[in-house]
Design a protein around this ligand. Structure first.
Ligand SMILES: Cc1cc2nc3c(=O)[nH]c(=O)nc-3n(C[C@H](O)[C@H](O)[C@H](O)COP(=O)(O)OP(=O)(O)OC[C@H]3O[C@@H](n4cnc5c(N)ncnc54)[C@H](O)[C@@H]3O)c2cc1C
Length: 381
């Protein structure tokens, strides 16, 4: 937004200044998250949650390609003139580059996840100037928050918002550093995902695959500011202001859809029987792992939560966790509570004066079961 004709909008639209999720959810979805409905406190307002996969997975997609296929279907059916999203930079496949896609075939090039930041919303003015009136945008939560602030002013005839969850992002340069710790030939890595079974999956250009348990990751070798404070204190993991959120966190090895409003339902319907869906599962108990995470975050004193565990135990725990740890929706709820705990602990340490504005009421409710309460001047009135 700082690159648009009205950079001053950053002051109100930025998620990291004074977000008002209750008011924005009410405006976008017709109602704010309703705590009497199971799971809305965690995942935001929704009509339907599903475990899902494309029956024919798209090549090059991060999971089965539901996200990019939605964009493709919108273009194929003429529902939109353009889709604003991220393509890989021609000089660095891990660097996101904002693009305006106007032909359905063009969506194939944007498939896959890239770690990094790029000015997606700077394309809104060029899209409008090009005469595109019906537009879709695929974005991570911080992009969607700002977009929702601008939406009315932009005056598009129709706007579809497809969101993905985002736990932590970092610069592409930092990401390359991480890849360098995972392999002695980092340039050969073509795919990376933090899976819901507590493993990072890597794929290589010779077709090899490797799954590394989270506990075995070389996180302690990364700088404490590897993830910026904004990502460490983000209160919108699930992209609550999108029409539909397409992720994997609660999908138990498949994808996870959160259909939030009628437009989201319209998007899902575009996939017809290309998509297989089921009710999401849930098992295990999250309290102990969340408490463990909280203790580690406290001990890490602002850095990445390091497990104080003897090295010989790590492979055993890495093997055990996918079997006994929380799964499906319970895993999703665990991650939401962990993110909420991180928000409070990191802000208290690094930017206490910002807490009152940056921590919405729903976050305080997520951390309360773990004994974290707002201190004086920390919560909004
Ligand atoms: C930084 C990051 C962190 C994420 N963390 C989680 C998580 O913790 N839990 C979870 O469930 N899901 C997370 N996701 C989403 C997940 O990686 C998949 O993108 C999602 O499940 C969709 O899979 P797909 O096969 O449908 O996507 P595809 O059909 O392959 O399409 C992926 C879409 O994501 C867009 N994209 C790729 N990189 C970026 C980027 N850097 N910024 C903005 N858009 C981008 C592409 O342009 C494309 O439109 C994250 C995504 C990103 C970018």
């Amino acid at each position: 937004m700082s690159r648009t004709a009205t950079p001053g909008d950053c002051g109100t639209a930025c998620q990291f200044i004074k977000p008002d999720y209750a008011a924005m959810e009410a405006r976008v979805h017709g109602r704010a998250r309703d705590e009497s409905r199971p799971n809305e406190l965690f995942f935001g307002p929704f009509q339907q949650m599903l475990r899902a996969r494309l029956k024919a997975p798209a090549e090059g997609a991060q999971w089965t390609g539901i996200t990019s296929r939605l964009g493709e279907r919108l273009l194929e059916t003429g529902a939109v003139d353009a889709v604003l999203t991220m393509a890989p930079d021609p000089d660095d496949k891990w660097k996101p580059r904002p693009v305006i896609v106007t032909r359905a075939e063009g969506m194939a090039q944007v498939r896959g996840m890239r770690m990094g930041y790029a000015p997606l919303l700077a394309l809104l003015e060029p899209a409008r100037a090009a005469g595109y009136k019906r537009v879709a945008i695929i974005g991570i939560p911080c992009q969607v928050h700002a977009l929702r602030h601008l939406e009315e002013k932009l005056g598009f005839e129709r706007l579809y918002v497809i969101g993905t969850p985002c736990s932590d992002n970092t610069t592409t340069a930092n990401f390359h550093e991480f890849l360098g710790l995972l392999s002695d030939k980092p340039d050969t890595i073509t795919y990376l995902e933090f899976r819901a079974d507590y493993h990072v999956e890597l794929r290589f250009d010779d077709g090899r695959k490797k799954a590394i348990p989270f506990l075995m990751l070389p996180l302690s070798d990364l700088r404490s500011d590897f993830f910026p404070l904004t990502c460490r204190t983000c209160v919108d993991y699930t992209n609550a202001l999108a029409d539909i959120t397409v992720g994997y966190m609660a999908g138990e090895g498949e994808q996870w859809l959160i259909v939030r409003n009628d437009r989201g339902a319209e998007l899902l319907a575009l996939l017809g029987d290309e998509v297989a869906t089921a009710a999401p599962g849930s098992s295990g108990k999250r309290a102990a792992p969340v408490k463990g995470f909280m203790a580690n975050t406290e001990r890490a004193a602002g850095g990445l939560p390091l497990r104080r565990m003897p090295n010989f135990l790590r492979p055993i725990m890495g093997w055990l966790m996918p079997k006994v740890g929380p799964k499906g929706l319970e895993f999703g709820r665990a991650r939401l509570e962990m993110k909420a705990i991180e928000t409070v602990l990191h802000l208290r340490r690094e930017a206490p004066a910002k807490m009152k504005n940056m921590v919405p009421a729903h976050v305080w409710k997520l951390v309360a079961p773990y004994g974290i309460m707002p201190g004086k001047d920390e919560a909004r009135d």
